[in-house]
Design a protein around this ligand. Structure first.
Ligand SMILES: C[S@@+](CC[C@H](N)C(=O)[O-])C[C@H]1O[C@@H](n2cnc3c(N)ncnc32)[C@H](O)[C@@H]1O
Length: 232
């Protein structure tokens, strides 16, 4: 396998290395993500994914043995990192786009992850696969708030899952693309609570993370969404 930006047919491999050095210890985990170069079906790592993965890296001890579902996973950097850190991971993307589901599977294969399940879950749809999910601890969504017309569908799915798993949390990063876009009214409608997590609190306020310059100057924000207390 070629790595680090090398191309093999229409696939390029990007390596992200998450590291922490303390006085007595050096820990690191690398994730290799295959990106499809065909512009028609292209699916890339988005800046939000690197920031969310950095958050997971700082929470890696908490994630061990937790069940984690990633929504709109695409090439799945956060979910794959969670699996490498010891979580039981389920990756999902739109059931209508099998090529995206193929991307999820390819990322697992490249990282030798055999136990990660890949499901077609379309936001806003209550499908048998959604209903049959096991108990969840954490739900991930990187750059899933990018089309205002889909915001409510994302939150409908998240609200459905949080009602079934009242102590679970939705960890999500989004890119500020327009000051006019807001999910505030929708959070209120679906009785969800939202807390902003400032990037400097998990060392993500940098243009380069995990050896990648993808975050650059993009305005990426992180929030944790939970059920409003008393609405279980
Ligand atoms: C901007 S990309 C982000 C991909 C990946 N999470 C990342 O940050 O690198 C949005 C993702 O949402 C998925 N998606 C779009 N509409 C969807 C829907 N209605 N239901 C489920 N997934 C959807 C896309 O297939 C794509 O993988």
């Amino acid at each position: 396998m070629e790595q680090d930006g090398a191309e093999s047919s229409s696939i390029a491999y990007k390596v992200f290395t998450f590291e922490e050095s303390t006085k007595n210890n050096q820990e690191s985990v690398s994730v290799t993500i295959p990106e499809v170069l065909d512009p028609q079906y292209g699916m890339y790592v988005w800046p939000c994914a690197v920031v969310l993965a950095q958050y997971l890296w700082t929470k890696r001890e908490e994630l061990q043995d937790k069940t984690v579902l990633e929504l709109g996973a695409g090439v799945s950097l956060p979910g794959v990192l969670a699996a490498k850190c010891g979580a039981k991971v389920i990756l999902s993307d739109n059931a209508q786009t099998p090529l995206c589901l193929e991307n999820c599977r390819r990322s697992c294969e490249v990282n030798s992850l055999q136990d990660v399940e890949v499901l077609g879950l379309t936001w806003g749809e209550v499908s048998p696969d959604l209903v049959l999910l096991p108990k969840l601890d954490v739900i991930l969504g990187s750059d899933v708030f990018y089309e205002p017309q889909d915001f409510e569908d994302v939150l409908v799915t998240v609200a459905f899952l949080l009602r079934r798993n009242p102590s679970a949390q939705f960890w999500t990063t989004y890119q500020e693309r327009s000051a006019d876009w807001s999910i505030e009214a929708l959070l209120h409608r679906w009785k969800l609570n939202c807390v902003d997590v400032h990037l400097e609190t998990f060392d993500a306020d940098k243009p380069e993370l995990a050896g990648s310059t993808l975050p650059g100057n993009h305005s990426v924000l992180m929030m944790i969404i939970t059920l409003k207390t008393g609405d279980v």
